[in-house]
Design a protein around this ligand. Structure first.
Ligand code: FAD
Length: 434
């Protein structure tokens, strides 16, 4: 049996661990076009700010992979021939497969304004992008950042920490409007302004202007121009579905897979950022760009490829991240609608976060420490915790395990209680009785 994995990200690696846990002798080949192989993509933000050395992005050493007994090839897969069950590598070599996993991730949605190909226009997809940003920041004085979600802020903070002045353009009147509520957006915006970022609301980029092939300024829809040396964009991501599209596999926003992570071709599976995974619990097929679901999907795909039938059951997506220096946990379903700054979803983001059904939002705290919980009929369905993270783990468990909160439902909705105290009490009672 030959298993072939396309993609050296966390989904690809998890699939190999799973295959080896079932099949000790089958041949496994991993193919990837990133010259650096497997590393932490979320860690790139901390590499940009200088908090992480590039070595720290590589959690595993070569010898850690030895027990998995697989062959790695740094190559680009250019097409899949499903009838022959072969792959074309770098447009010239053929490789056959018995079971195939497509774990090709996602790429930054491209900027389509005139001048987008000038030197100095950057995104943050992989390690080489981060290195390019650092090189530009050495000489650059001013940057303009466009986009939304977590990556736009990671770019902003990375550039700021390298001494670059940053202008941040937002199309609407607040930051990340379909995940955060108004108060949360304003907390982030105030912190950015305190750090020295110039925010431009209701601002749309229409053109990047260059001099000698390099960015020199940007033009906005209202006619204003801003001088800059760097234009960084994070306007959303696109699953890398080209191989699947050419092979005529079923697609929607990503590669459609069933609960076993299997595509409409029984010998081809897909997992991670590229897959739009069906969740039998909710009956929905959704996209995530989150490390933990990519890992869980990869692992489940691997088990199924090796013949061990296992369904992928999605847990409420969560991310513990930093927004303008403030540790923030986002869990479950917290918002709805479209955010004008993002096409689809961004990195570190989930479509599930913005599928809010009828629920009542209650919130407490202010400024640095803020918590918002979304109260359903008998359960909590989502939460945002900013600053003090004491409630982060309890809320993750309460939401993921759909714990019955009937006993505190009334209290949570009453005006004169601190919701943090109600949740802490509920959680300590649960621990006592568990
Ligand atoms: C800057 C940044 C910040 C992030 N922040 C967070 C966060 O805060 N929290 C969080 O949970 N997640 C975050 N993420 C998202 C998280 O890293 C991804 O969800 C996860 O890495 C997805 O893993 P994957 O294996 O699906 O894909 P990837 O890690 O993208 O790997 C896909 C691999 O496939 C390779 N490939 C693609 N096409 C081909 C081809 N044709 N031939 C050969 N190889 C190919 C690519 O080179 C790549 O190496 C962040 C990501 C980035 C980039």
């Amino acid at each position: 049996m030959r298993y072939v994995i396309i993609g050296t990200g966390v989904a690809g690696f998890a699939s190999i661990e799973a295959i080896r846990s079932v099949d000790k002798s089958g041949e496994i080949i991993m193919l990837g076009d990133d010259p650096h192989g497997y590393y932490s993509r979320p860690g790139l933000a901390y590499y940009l700010t200088g908090e992480l050395h590039d070595k720290a992005l590589f959690p595993k050493k070569r010898e850690d992979f030895a027990p998995l007994n697989f062959r790695y090839q740094n190559t680009r897969v250019t097409s899949i021939n499903r009838a022959e069950k072969t792959l074309l590598l770098d447009g010239k070599t053929l490789l056959s497969y018995d079971k195939l996993l497509i774990a090709t991730g996602a790429f930054a949605a491209p900027l389509t304004v005139p001048g987008a190909n000038l030197k100095g226009v950057v995104k943050l997809d992989h390690l080489e992008d981060a290195r390019q940003i650092l090189a530009l920041a050495k000489r650059g004085k001013t940057a303009v950042v466009v986009g939304g979600g977590i990556t736009a802020l990671e770019l902003t903070e990375g550039l700021l920490s390298r001494g670059v002045n940053v202008h941040y353009l937002l199309r609407g009147d607040r930051y990340w409007s379909n995940v955060l509520d108004e108060q949360e957006s304003h907390i982030v915006e105030a912190r950015l302004q305190m750090e020295g970022v110039t925010l431009h609301f209701h601002s749309e980029l229409t053109e990047v202007i260059g001099k000698n092939g390099k960015v020199s300024s940007v033009r906005l829809l209202n006619g204003q121009t801003i001088k800059c040396d760097i234009l960084a964009y994070a306007i959303g991501i696109k699953p890398r579905v080209e191989l699947a599209r050419e092979a005529d596999l079923a697609l929607d926003r990503g590669i459609l897979v069933n609960e076993f992570l299997q595509t409409n071709d029984p010998d081809i599976y897909s997992a991670g950022d590229v897959a739009q995974a069906y969740d039998p619990a909710s009956g929905r097929s959704v996209l995530d760009s989150l490390w933990t679901p990519a890992r869980e999907q990869g692992y489940t795909a691997g088990l199924n490829m090796a013949g061990k039938r296992k369904s992928y059951i999605k847990s409420p997506p969560f991310n513990v991240t930093r927004l303008a220096g403030l540790t923030t946990t986002i869990i479950g379903t917290v918002g709805h609608g479209r955010d004008e700054d993002i096409v689809g979803i961004a990195r570190g983001d989930s479509e599930t976060w913005r599928q809010l059904p009828d629920a009542i939002a209650v919130q407490g705290g202010f400024d640095m420490n803020h918590v918002r919980v979304l109260v359903g009929e008998k359960t909590l369905i989502g939460a945002v915790v900013m600053g003090d993270q004491t409630l982060s783990t309890p809320l993750q468990k309460i939401i993921a395990e759909k714990m019955d909160i009937t006993a505190i439902h009334g209290k949570l909705l009453s005006r004169d209680v601190k919701i943090a105290d109600v949740i802490v009490d509920y959680w300590s009672n649960h621990l006592k009785t568990a």
